[in-house]
Ligand binder design. Structure first.
Ligand SMILES: [Zn+2]
Length: 221
């Protein structure tokens, strides 16, 4: 559903099965953030079509990290017209322990043709400039995708509404997650669009969410 301007939010609401929230940035950007599990991509595309977005409109698939519930469906976009993106550190992880994680869930590591290797720093998508922030802890090459002009942050599974991403998967680290969340908390953010659970909307609520997480959850990770 349309969230604001060119941002579309496809929140995962089936509590009997895990999948991630997916997002689409329209306008000149045309980027799908985290397609989710392959089996749910058809549902996602149907929901997007109800908003007037077709698969052919998508120019980028930006993956916040390589965990199955975010990344597996990227393989359905192996197509020369779509740039499929993953951070260089997460690509290295997928060549080792990251692939093993798929086996742990009874899945086969997907054959995704990554043709946009993300590096920390600015990236221009369409006519908009975004920042790729390397935020390890939940996985070694997790990114935060920050859109300064709109004060929007896609933190993947680093921070949620009143919670944080798991650190017990291969490549996870509580110490690094805390460092990453602390770094993200310093950004000027009005809308937090996390990989699971609800959107956190409003500068004050986003700020309070970071403070709550740092105060109440950091002691346990
Ligand atoms: Zn994850």
């Amino acid at each position: 559903m349309r969230f604001t301007d060119d941002i579309y939010v496809y929140e995962w609401t089936n509590y009997f099965d895990n999948n991630c929230n997916s997002f689409y940035i329209g306008g000149s950007v045309k980027a799908l953030i985290d397609p989710g599990l392959s089996s749910y991509v058809p549902n996602l595309l149907e929901s997007m079509e109800l908003d007037g977005i077709t698969k052919g409109d998508i120019k980028y698939v930006i993956n916040t990290h390589s965990h199955p519930d975010h990344f597996e469906g990227s393989k359905l976009f192996n197509d020369s017209n779509v740039k499929i993106a993953l951070h260089e550190d997460e690509i290295a992880f997928m060549n080792g322990d990251g692939a093993k994680l798929y086996n742990l869930f009874g899945l086969t590591p997907p054959d995704v043709k990554i043709n946009l290797i993300l590096k920390t720093g600015n990236i221009v998508l369409g006519e908009e400039t975004f920042q790729i922030l390397l935020v390890p802890g939940h996985s070694p090459g997790s990114i935060g995708l920050y859109w300064p002009a709109k004060k929007i942050l896609f933190p993947g599974d680093v921070i949620f509404n009143q919670n944080v991403g798991r650190t017990d998967f291969p490549g996870g680290s509580g110490a690094l997650l805390k460092k990453s969340i602390t770094a993200l908390s310093k950004l000027d953010v009005e809308t937090l669009l996390p990989g699971h659970m609800e959107v956190v909307d409003g500068a004050e609520r986003v700020k309070q969410n970071f403070q709550m997480v740092m105060k109440s959850i950091f002691p346990y990770i």
